[in-house]
Design a protein around this ligand. Structure first.
Ligand code: ASP
Ligand code: MG
Length: 402
């Protein structure tokens, strides 16, 4: 059996943790299995490297930043191999170059295109544990790239798919996927199983457990994922296509505090307005999420939308820079907002989930600023100061704590 095991930063934060991971991998290896280990940078090292960069130059080139950040993962894989050697087990660390993990060329947010598996297979055949750097790749210029924050999960899933692994285990500091973030909702419970689509919505919406592209990729290639703790022997949560247990109406509540809202007021109410606005944003690589357009009045209309927390100011600048072309009266940014969502594959066949959520917010006197829905999700935008109260009340009303 071939097993891919991915360990996050907290799982390799210090010497004891590194040895703990080494032992867990060796246990698997000693069962006769082939083991590929994917590691993140130790603890908060990636954040520290970014701080170092900003201190030297607040506006570093993306290429150089990736060159720097890839050293984080290189540190953990080499130390891990040394730990395994000290425990008497043969292993080898490989970075994105040595494996050859090809990505698109955009630094900081590259996508994996193709992974060469020969080197890894060759090392596995000689009965070594193979330890691979997460988060990094190489582009067509032979430069290092990174896959976006949290991208090691995606490396692990991509490797599992490329190697046709039997299992892909994502080890983290929590023991699985919860019905809500336990730091926000005290009564949150661990889920035994969840579908890819639900996980995708929870990941995108800021559940923070898995990199969303890793879930997309797992779904695409049918890689069954297990999310579990590196510190306990708990079973964890299985992420797969269909969940057999009696389907719950709602599987979880997600809070995403990184959202920001931009409102463009007084746009011309005629064809092409939305196109010009979102085209300008797309060209600047800005991801837009919820979009709301008002009913046209006196030949003008308003469009508001949300963006990821890091790019509100950037979006604002794009709109201001294009003022003449976009032809609007004014533009506003609101940063104190957050998204709260309920996610559940069960709502596809059960009406009333949205109504129940809105009723709950009404009971809490929480105002809804925007709403968006999909087949398996209802999201509201509310004041960030009400996030905790909203998440707890919604979690309760759907009986997730029981
Ligand atoms: N070390 C990278 C980060 O902190 C990648 C990862 O942890 O998955 O974002
Ligand atoms: Mg992570």
């Amino acid at each position: 059996m071939l097993v891919v095991k991915k360990f996050g930063g907290t799982s390799v934060a210090n010497k004891e943790r590194i040895y703990n991971v080494a032992r867990r991998c060796i246990e698997e290896y000693q069962k006769g299995n082939d083991v590929v280990v994917v590691l993140s940078a130790m603890g908060k090292l990636t954040d520290e490297l970014i701080e170092m960069a900003m201190d030297i130059n607040p506006n570093p080139s993306k290429r150089e930043l990736d060159m720097l950040l890839t050293t984080g993962e290189q540190t953990s894989v080499s130390l891990m191999s040394m730990a395994m050697a000290a425990l008497g087990v043969p292993s080898i660390s490989l970075n994105a170059f040595q494996v050859a993990m090809h990505t698109t060329s955009n630094y900081g947010n590259a996508r994996l295109k193709r992974i060469d598996t020969e080197r890894i297979k060759h090392e596995l055949e000689s009965r070594k544990i193979v330890i691979v750097t997460g988060f990094q790749g190489i582009n067509k210029y032979d430069d290092y790239t990174t896959l976006g924050r949290g991208g090691s999960d995606t490396t692990a899933v991509a490797l599992a798919a490329a190697l046709r692994a039997d299992k892909c285990e994502i080890y983290t500091d929590v023991d699985g996927v919860y019905t809500a973030d336990p730091r926000i909702v005290k009564t949150a419970k661990k889920l035994n199983e969840i579908t890819y689509d639900e996980m995708l919505d929870l990941a995108t919406l800021g559940a923070g457990v898995l990199h969303n592209r890793s879930v997309e990729m797992a779904k695409k290639y049918g890689v069954a994922l297990v999310v579990r703790s590196s510190l306990t022997n708990e079973e964890g949560t299985i992420v797969k296509e269909d969940v057999k247990v009696e389907r719950m109406l709602v599987s979880g509540v997600a809070v995403d505090k990184s959202a920001e809202r931009i409102s463009v007021i007084g746009l011309a109410d005629k064809p092409g307005t939305a196109f010009r606005l979102f085209d300008a944003l797309a060209k600047a690589n800005i991801n837009v999420d919820m979009i709301l357009q008002s009913v046209g009045r006196d030949n003008t209309k308003d469009i508001s939308f949300t963006v990821d927390g890091n790019c509100g100011d950037e979006a604002l600048k794009v709109i201001e820079d294009n003022k003449a072309r976009l032809n609007y009266q004014n533009v506003e940014i609101e940063k104190n907002v957050c998204k709260v969502s309920v996610v559940g594959a069960g709502m596809m066949s059960n009406p009333g989930v949205a109504a129940k959520m809105f009723e709950c917010l009404y009971n809490e006197h929480i105002n809804i600023k925007m709403i968006s829905t999909s087949e398996i999700r209802v999201t509201v935008l509310i004041d960030v100061n009400e996030a905790e109260r909203a998440a707890n009340a919604i979690h309760d009303i759907f009986g997730l704590a029981e």
